[in-house]
Design a protein around this ligand. Structure first.
Ligand code: SRM
Ligand code: SF4
Length: 519
């Protein structure tokens, strides 16, 4: 809790006041009672703020139905877990579905409050938690989706990610120590040379870097996107070996952010509450010095160079693992959207052809690892692969999108369907000689990471012949991998539909070498 003297000095936001009155995690013990009473009887702060500390998001777009966000560090799941998720949404018929998210995580749709105690128990039985996955918490920890099986990787970060998640969530039970943050918080551990998890856009990014031949991480702090500001993380001139130092530095940064955010005004303005504002308020050198004091040990300066040396891979297709005789198979899941049947089928394929593991990527796709080389061909013949292709067309392959207006009340536009439709139409009309990553985000919050796209789309509105229509702001120039940098706006309020199609076609021809397909 923020101390009383500090609180008096700044005017806390309404959300901070609500959290002071009752911590978000307090809702855990009340859930059974609330579930019986029903969502309409709930206190608004419980409904809109505290339930998110359990991963439960009421969707005003579909009143009475909730989204349930999991935590799947590194995107790693097993078939029993995916089957349990399928069973949970199956009971909701048309309402029940799931999404793979841009943090290689899963969200379930159509959830009814009355079922949530039973659902959380079911998830626990298969080793899954939803705790602290929303609101002012550390979100799903991301990392290379091929950690441990990638012939190119420097270091397998899965164990560190699991330890971080256990520290932050108290082994999935909820941690008061780590749930009094002023704002959301993202952590990414990258152990591969291709930066497949966008390490630089996280509040803490552990970037691969060698020192005297030893693998470790340079630490970036403060990467984030919001409607007001989009920033890459900045170096705090720290290098850590890949061991408990990662946990110590994370704990230290989270402790500084929790304790000192009020005195720097972060708890008085949610638009300036991410950790970058604290680093800037203190300056990098002071932040680093206070971090050393916080964790009680001196930290090594950053390695002069990071070890991101490869172009970003998307992992769609069939690739040899570092384990001889095995391949991983990346399936393209259009816009990350899944039905219960899809999930049952993916679970079956993972068991039949792999070792039961299923991995999610930040591009909202699935990977099935540990497929014996001699079984790859049979897997490729499975009917699900007609829907979840290993060889989708160029623009469809790299399409990423946030939730959009189907479920999100911030959205200014529908994203997944019209974005995919545009990609399909342009793939049919153009020969495009290179990968072009199109990232759609329904509003400036940028959950769909428009700034990392080769072409980014941010939902907006425009006036056409006196009518308000869906539109997007278009960005280009986002780069990923070893040369990651953020894209910049090139067109504002482009009406969706034919005008947008013409704009994107022009960009593809002018900037990406696309040519019209011959008739
Ligand atoms: Fe996000 C809020 C969905 C990744 C920046 N985000 C929301 C809410 C919760 C708003 C709401 O209540 O409706 C959205 C829920 C919609 C729904 O029903 O699904 C939402 N965000 C998502 C997801 C599902 C998009 C997706 O389709 O994949 C992603 C879930 C990730 C996860 O598994 O935890 C998601 N959101 C992101 C990312 C990308 C990332 O983490 O790499 C960002 C930008 C990076 C960042 O956070 O720095 C992002 N979301 C935001 C923001 C702006 C934060 C800020 O500091 O202002 C909001 C608004 C807020 O928090 O006030 C937001
Ligand atoms: Fe909703 Fe906006 Fe995030 Fe899309 S970017 S999920 S519209 S908050």
């Amino acid at each position: 809790m923020t101390d009383a003297a500090t609180i008096q000095k700044i005017k806390l936001t309404k959300i901070e006041q609500a959290k002071q009155a009752k911590p978000g995690l307090a809702i855990k013990d009340e859930l059974a009672t609330l579930a019986q009473a029903g969502w309409e009887a709930m206190d608004q702060d419980d409904l809109i703020i505290r339930l998110k500390f359990l991963g439960l998001f009421h969707r005003p777009v579909t009143p009475g139905k909730f989204m349930l966000r999991l935590r799947t560090p590194h995107g790693i799941l097993n078939s029993a877990q995916v089957r349990a998720l399928a069973e949970i949404v199956q009971r909701y018929g048309e309402d029940g579905s799931a999404d793979i998210t841009t943090r290689q995580n899963i969200q379930l749709r159509g959830i009814r409050l009355e079922d949530t105690p039973e659902i959380l128990t079911k998830l626990k039985q298969v080793g899954l938690t939803t705790v602290q996955s929303g609101h002012d918490n550390v979100r799903n920890i991301t990392g290379s989706p091929v950690a441990g099986i990638d012939p190119e990787e420097y270091f397998d970060t899965r164990e560190l990610a699991a330890q971080l998640q256990n520290m932050i969530t108290n082994y999935g039970e909820g941690s008061l120590e780590f749930s009094d943050l002023p704002r959301k918080f993202n952590i990414c551990l990258e152990g591969a040379p291709d930066n497949s998890s966008h390490v630089e856009i996280n509040d803490i990014g552990f970037v691969p870097a060698f020192k005297d031949g030893q693998f470790g991480f340079n630490v970036l702090v403060g990467g984030y996107f919001s409607a007001q500001r989009q920033a890459e993380g900045i170096s705090i001139n720290v290098w850590v070996p890949p061991n408990e130092a990662v946990l110590a530095v994370s704990r230290g940064i989270l402790a500084l952010y929790t304790r000192h955010s009020a005195e720097e005004g972060l708890r008085g303005n949610r638009a300036k509450a991410r950790v970058l504002w604290l680093v800037e308020a203190w300056g990098v050198n002071a932040f680093r010095a206070r971090l050393e004091a916080e964790i009680g040990q001196s930290l090594e300066p950053a390695a002069p160079e990071h070890a991101l040396t490869m172009d970003k891979r998307d992992h769609i297709g069939v690739y040899a693992q570092k384990q001889a005789g095995y391949h991983y198979v990346g399936l393209h899941v259009p816009a990350g959207r899944l039905t219960a049947e899809d999930m049952f089928e993916v679970a079956r394929l993972a068991e039949t052809y792999g070792n039961g593991e299923i991995r999610a990527t930040v591009e909202e796709n699935f990977i099935i690892p540990y497929v014996k080389s001699e079984n790859v061909e049979a897997l490729l013949q499975e009917p699900l692969l007609e829907k979840f292709s290993v060889n989708p067309s160029t623009l469809v392959r790299s399409f990423v999108s946030c939730t959009g207006n189907r479920y999100c009340n911030f959205a200014l536009v529908e994203t997944k369907e019209q974005g995919l439709a545009l990609a399909r139409e342009l793939d049919a009309e153009l020969d495009i000689p290179q990968r072009v990553r199109m990232h759609w985000t329904g509003c400036p919050n940028s959950c769909g990471q428009a700034q990392v796209g080769d072409i980014g789309f941010i939902g907006s509105k425009a006036k056409v012949d006196g009518a308000i229509v869906e539109a997007v702001n278009v960005l280009t120039g986002g780069t990923v991998g070893n040369q990651a940098s953020l894209g910049a706006p090139v067109a504002q309020k482009v009406p969706c539909g034919d005008t947008l199609k013409a704009t994107v076609k022009h960009i593809l021809i002018e900037q990406f070498g696309a040519t019209p397909k011959s008739e």
